[in-house]
Ligand binder design. Structure first.
Ligand code: CP
Length: 302
């Protein structure tokens, strides 16, 4: 039985296979309509979500399967004190695969040690978000046609932004990658990410989006993660550190890809949405296809 807890649970070859399947689903959706007939996906979401939960559910429905689950801890027996381990042990009797989002780092890993069915980490605290990374990789593949020789700017909350941590882990395995880390001092990338993933991958840290922008092939914007702050004053001071506007893009490459895991708050002006370089809503759409490919892989369906 295979789980997906960290993006590094998948080799580069396995990621290529998932992307090939996702591309084929996009081109030939009718070939996949019955692939998961009679299979059930449980979405156990202890934290709010729009894209991840609904794209997982849409993915399973489009594969001909069914979905069950909860979208907030208060509507499950967690509110009575049930542990994650007991919850997933129980849900193992009702479903074939679980996608779990949890505010505590490591909760999906603990769940995978108790469950009798595959567990997918759908985001754990400020730690990892491997299926967002698969979505990001499919987006990069479709926008750029390669994972090599790219300068990638990561901008915003690099401390708490779990999507950034997982994307760095994934992209640092490809050659010719350079990261430009753009954040306020207080929201710099954590040392565990640097120690684990920057051994051979060059990176620069800066506070200036304007200076970094002309050099970038990909700009990955992120939201300042209000829910991870201990102090509202700090959040209010930092929340609008970077706002991407059409004026700022004047110095950017004509083939820049602007990505964002969403939800956005203020960090990308809506005036940019119609710019062909704005890839973030295409990115959200790709999330369903790559999750279809992942569900099939973990259920061993071909
Ligand atoms: N990108 C992402 O994880 O979005 P949701 O929080 O809406 O699932």
């Amino acid at each position: 039985m295979q789980n997906l807890i960290n993006i590094l649970d998948l080799s580069c070859e396995e990621i290529s296979e998932l992307i090939t399947v996702a591309d084929d689903i996009i081109d030939n959706p009718e070939n996949y309509y019955e692939k998961c007939a009679h299979k059930k996906l449980a979405t156990l979401f202890y934290e709010p979500s729009t894209r991840t939960r609904l794209s997982f559910e849409a993915a399973m429905l489009e594969l001909g399967g069914s979905v069950l689950g909860f979208s907030e801890a208060s509507s499950s027996s967690v509110s009575k004190g049930e542990s994650v381990g007991d919850t997933v042990k129980t849900v193992s009797a009702y479903a074939d695969i679980i996608a779990m989002r949890h505010p505590k780092e490591g909760a999906p890993l603990v769940a995978s040690q108790r469950a009798d069915i595959p567990i997918i980490n759908a985001g754990d605290g400020g730690h990892n978000h491997p299926t967002q990374t698969l979505t990001d990789l499919l987006t990069i593949h479709r926008e750029k046609g390669t994972f090599e020789n790219l300068t990638i700017g990561l901008c915003g909350d690099l401390k708490f932004g779990r999507t950034v941590h997982s994307l760095i882990a994934a992209m640092s395995r490809y050659s010719g990658i350079k990261f430009i880390l753009i954040s306020p001092e207080e929201l710099k990338i954590p040392s565990f990410v640097k120690e684990d993933y920057f051994g051979y991958t060059p990176y620069e840290e800066t506070t200036s989006l304007d200076e970094a922008l002309p050099n970038l092939d990909i700009l990955y914007m992120t939201r300042v993660q209000k829910e991870r702050f201990f102090n509202e004053e700090d959040y209010l001071r930092l929340k609008d550190s970077y706002i991407l506007t059409p004026g700022k893009l004047e110095n950017a490459k004509s083939d820049l890809s602007i990505m964002h895991p969403l939800p956005r708050v203020n960090e990308i002006s809506v005036d940019i949405d119609d710019d062909p370089r704005a890839a973030y809503f295409r990115q959200a759409k790709y999330g369903k296809y790559i999750r279809m490919a992942l569900i099939m892989k973990l259920l061993n369906i071909h």
